[in-house]
Design a protein around this ligand. Structure first.
Ligand SMILES: [Zn+2]
Ligand SMILES: [Zn+2]
Length: 140
């Protein structure tokens, strides 16, 4: 499996690149093409000042205005993951649901190492920045 990589953050609704213990994870979610007009891309609506309204509860097609709720939108996406497993050192690629699950008590995107089958969590950045440690995230 070779995952398609984003050329820029603009192509992604989610992007993170971080180290976890002795491993590393790069994960990204591509923007979704509008299922209605198939031309536009879906994203958070823009506010009147032109900024993206990240807290909006829906996504909109920038081309035709078609809308989907956050839930509907996010459940149709997958996270692409390129990783080096912090447990066994395996380097691989996988995909997982774009849905946060509880991982060690923290909402995270969870995927499994294809070699040792340990679960690896991408925790929300908020929690991480409060924690002092090696972990760092470049997620917005
Ligand atoms: Zn559209
Ligand atoms: Zn592993």
């Amino acid at each position: 499996m070779t995952l398609k990589k984003p050329n820029s953050m603009e192509e992604c609704v989610y992007f993170t690149n971080r180290t976890i213990g002795d491993g590393m994870v790069m994960a990204w979610v591509f923007r979704k093409e509008c299922p209605k007009c198939k031309k536009g891309v879906m994203g958070k609506p823009q506010k009147k000042n032109g900024k993206i309204d990240k807290k909006a509860e829906h996504y909109v097609c920038y081309s035709c205005g078609y809308q989907e709720s956050n839930e509907q939108f996010e459940s149709s996406l997958v996270i692409n993951v390129e990783y080096k497993c912090p447990y066994c050192g395996n380097e691989g690629e996988t995909t997982t649901e774009y849905k946060r699950k509880s991982f060690e008590g923290v909402p995270s995107y969870v995927f499994e190492c294809q070699q040792c089958h340990k679960k690896i969590g991408l925790t929300k950045k908020l929690k991480e920045s409060k924690k002092k440690g090696k972990e760092e995230a470049s997620e917005e």
